[in-house]
Design a protein around this ligand. Structure first.
Ligand SMILES: CC(C)(COP(=O)(O)OP(=O)(O)OC[C@H]1O[C@@H](n2cnc3c(N)ncnc32)[C@H](O)[C@@H]1OP(=O)(O)O)[C@@H](O)C(=O)NCCC(=O)NCCS
Length: 164
């Protein structure tokens, strides 16, 4: 249904579409201009070349179109975090869940991680459903301070690698 592939510089325009409208309401709060999208991809490519590798950023593809972005970051030797964002016109098709399941499988196999964590804005329950459907369980909340100084209790989740 969806496939993940490494980002390329050509994806910058698709990224500006992903980071717009409803998709940025509970994430960055603002649209992403083309130059910042290019910079974001350059950073992702540079991080992909690091040894040991601590970050994987994939484009989420549906029908050959980049409709979202998902990233895995190693935070300590055994622990990583997952984040994702999809174009608002691609929501409601199970794409984020499918992409998260693929990233989790990669994290527990190729990346050798034991535990993954993720969080979402409290007003964005769809993201909590995505995490639950991908096998995460709620662990509580963590307070994040916005650029405007407001404290928001983000909902936190985790999943542990099960070998049996
Ligand atoms: C979260 C996001 C990725 C969802 O993508 P998606 O492809 O529509 O997700 P899926 O279709 O895989 O699953 C969505 C689930 O949420 C449910 N849902 C949708 N809106 C909802 C709402 N308002 N309240 C509760 N559940 C909701 C859907 O019914 C579905 O669950 P179901 O299969 O049990 O019916 C998308 O909303 C997004 O990009 N948001 C901004 C970025 C973000 O918040 N990222 C999370 C932080 S890392």
């Amino acid at each position: 249904m969806v496939t993940l592939r490494a980002l390329a510089l050509d994806d910058a325009e698709a990224l500006t579409r992903i980071y717009s409208g409803a998709s940025v309401r509970y994430t960055t709060g603002k649209p992403l201009p083309l130059d910042q999208a290019q910079e974001k991809i350059r950073t992702a490519l540079a991080r992909a070349a690091e040894t040991p590798r601590a970050q994987w950023s994939w484009g989420i593809l549906s029908a050959d179109q980049v409709i979202g972005l998902i990233a895995l970051r190693r935070r300590s030797p055994g622990m990583g975090t997952i984040s994702y964002i999809l174009r608002d016109d691609a929501w409601g098709n199970g794409y984020a869940t499918a992409a998260t399941q693929q990233a989790v499988a990669f994290a527990f196999s190729t990346a050798g991680l034991e535990r993954l964590e993720a969080m979402h804005h409290p007003d964005n329950p769809a993201s909590g459903r995505v995490l639950a459907k991908a096998g995460f369980t709620p662990t509580g909340t963590t307070d994040l301070t916005t650029d405007q100084g407001t404290v928001v209790p983000y909902e936190t989740y985790a999943i542990q690698h099960r070998t049996s």
